[in-house]
Design a binder for this molecule. Structure first.
Ligand SMILES: Cc1cc2nc3c(=O)[nH]c(=O)nc-3n(C[C@H](O)[C@H](O)[C@H](O)COP(=O)(O)O)c2cc1C
Length: 149
């Protein structure tokens, strides 16, 4: 199986986390990492497992490196019933009700296109002093167990 990590970032953390996820993945998986806006959501591959890793910017918005992907999901509404995916969000709880809303919006847009979500959305809170991989890697291992079963 192929795993494609697609990130939405402003300051790099989501992208670095994809590197960590890739490093933790067994070599039996063929892994690729891309900026989300370089991916066309109307042309996803049924044999690939997509991992959306996204920060939140503005006021609960998807980052500028993910906005075209997100807008295409909303406007073109592709049928993604053959696509499996997981979502990990980065945010900062001190932003209150917009906490991690970028990844929430991407998740809801994928589900509205009938894509199949594996596991729960993982969330990293940047207001803690921990680096993203402290919550990210246990989440990714739990997803790996599900897609390897
Ligand atoms: C200008 C700005 C706006 C932000 N807005 C939000 C927000 O509305 N909600 C939230 O949960 N986090 C918000 N954040 C926090 C980022 O999502 C968080 O720091 C994240 O770890 C950044 O990841 P990145 O390095 O991949 O861009 C904001 C950060 C900045 C600098």
């Amino acid at each position: 199986m192929k795993i494609h990590f697609i990130y939405g970032t402003e300051s790099g953390n989501a992208q670095y986390l994809c590197d960590d996820f890739k490093d933790e993945s067994p070599q039996t998986f063929e892994c690729e990492i891309s900026e989300m806006n370089s991916i066309d959501p109307t042309n996803l591959d049924r044999d690939t497992f997509y991992v959306i890793v996204s920060a939140t910017f503005g006021s609960g918005d998807v980052p500028s490196t993910a906005d075209e992907f997100y807008d295409d999901l909303l406007e073109k509404k592709p049928d993604l019933s053959h696509i499996n995916f997981a979502v990990f969000g980065l945010g900062d709880e001190s932003f209150g009700e917009t906490f991690a809303q970028g990844s929430q919006k991407l998740m809801e847009a994928m589900l509205a296109c009938n894509a199949n979500m594996v596991g729960e959305r993982g969330i990293y809170d940047a207001s803690t002093s921990e680096p993203p991989e402290v919550t990210g890697l246990p989440w990714w291992k739990s997803i790996l167990e599900k897609i390897s079963a």
